[in-house]
Design a binder for this molecule. Structure first.
Ligand code: IPM
Ligand code: MG
Length: 373
């Protein structure tokens, strides 16, 4: 019996390339684990009408955690066109498997560290070390959306005086996406951010919202942040509107420690933060629940590079590092991060984004060699 059972979900496009890189490293660091492959992605949408088949969810429930590659997501109409002819018109609707997994498995916390590794020529500055905590299951991603708007929903909304402006709009000419926050999820993500700050000696937690306009949902988040901050006298709470945050992150990114945001704002600022430290090739993430977690690079499936082993595996390897941390394999996690940092610093073996011409797998090999010392 191995110690860990890890679900292995490469998904689409370069997801496969970077997962092969992850495997090289995992085999060499000697993690006592079994990797169990699962089906997810575009191929299964086209063939089965479901990019996340039930059997894959069953597999995840049997595992300790999951390593995930990347997924192709397309807008509604495009997705519909690619469905197999025999599945057309049968009511299949595409929805992003990663968003579904986060909600289904209640992976409430999305952890996205963005650190400038010394020697990375793509660093915006060399002194950036930001960790984003993104709420991962609700907000604008709750999926409660209407188009056309059902009459009952429209009538119920008419109790709100601001709906007067839309009174004469036809139900078909109206689209509504809801932004749903629960106090519980707000408290959770803020608590995680503060706990992390405390444990890692960070001096501030910045809550990134827009309470001056989105009064109720952002307002709730800020209110909870102020409450929870009282439990952490050593950590300052900063409050910044999301638009201003984008400006400050370009102006003075080195001033920020831990950022916490709702789902959509967290999605946006985490891409911004990723670019400050070299782009999506360096952006790792952990989708963490109470007793299960899924680790994935933040980048997408980049179909045009699929199978070419060209893309930078660093984001994936840093996601493996987050997984090792979460499993409690601290020593392995630290050594792996050190090995990745050394490869970046030496700059000898590098992918095209860094001006090199090494393959995805050669970078992984080099990281494994450094790990072994
Ligand atoms: C991310 C991605 C996903 C998201 C997409 C692929 C659905 O952008 O993980 O940041 O929006 O959450
Ligand atoms: Mg994103």
């Amino acid at each position: 019996m191995t110690r860990y059972k890890i679900a292995w979900l490469p998904g689409d496009g370069v997801g496969n390339d970077v997962m092969d890189a992850a495997r090289i490293v995992l085999d060499r660091i000697d993690l006592d684990a079994e990797y169990i492959p699962g089906d997810v992605g575009w191929e299964f949408w086209k063939k089965e009408g479901d990019p996340l088949p039930e059997r894959t969810i069953d597999l995840l429930r049997k595992c300790d955690c999951c390593l995930f590659g990347a997924i192709t997501s397309k807008p509604k109409d495009e997705a519909q066109k690619e469905l197999a002819p025999e599945l057309q018109g049968k009511g299949f609707v595409y929805s992003s498997p990663i968003v579904r997994l986060r909600q289904l498995l209640n992976l409430h916390t999305n952890l996205r560290p963005c650190k400038a590794f010394p020697g990375n020529p793509l660093n915006y500055r060399d002194d950036i070390d930001i960790v984003v905590f993104r709420e991962n299951t609700e907000g604008l991603y709750a999926g409660v959306e209407f188009h056309p708007v059902p009459k009952t929903v429209f009538d119920a909304l008419m109790v709100h005086p601001k709906m007067k402006k839309f009174e004469k709009t036809s139900l078909n000419d109206l689209a509504i996406s809801t932004r749903i926050f629960t106090r519980k999820a707000c408290q959770n993500i803020i608590r995680q951010a503060f706990e992390y700050a405390k444990a890692h000696g960070r001096k501030s937690v910045t809550v990134v919202e827009k309470p001056n306009v989105i009064r109720e949902t952002s307002g709730l988040m800020i209110q909870e942040a102020r409450e929870i901050a009282k439990d952490y006298p050593g950590v300052e709470l900063w409050e910044t509107n999301v638009d201003a945050m984008c400006m400050w992150l370009v102006k003075n990114p080195q001033k920020y420690d831990v950022l916490v945001a709702s789902n959509m704002f967290g999605d946006i600022i985490s891409d911004l933060c990723a670019q400050l430290v070299g782009g999506l090739g360096f952006a790792a993430s952990g989708n963490i629940g109470d007793d299960f977690a899924l680790f994935e690079p933040t980048h997408g499936s980049a179909p045009k590079y699929a199978g070419q082993y060209k893309v930078n595996p660093t984001a994936m390897l840093l996601s493996v590092k987050l997984m090792l941390d979460w499993l409690g394999e601290k020593e392995k996690a630290n050594r792996l991060e050190q090995a990745i940092a050394t490869v970046i610093k030496e700059g000898r073996v590098k992918t095209y984004d860094l001006g090199g011409n090494n393959t995805t797998l050669e970078v992984a090999e080099e990281v494994a060699r450094k790990y072994e010392g």
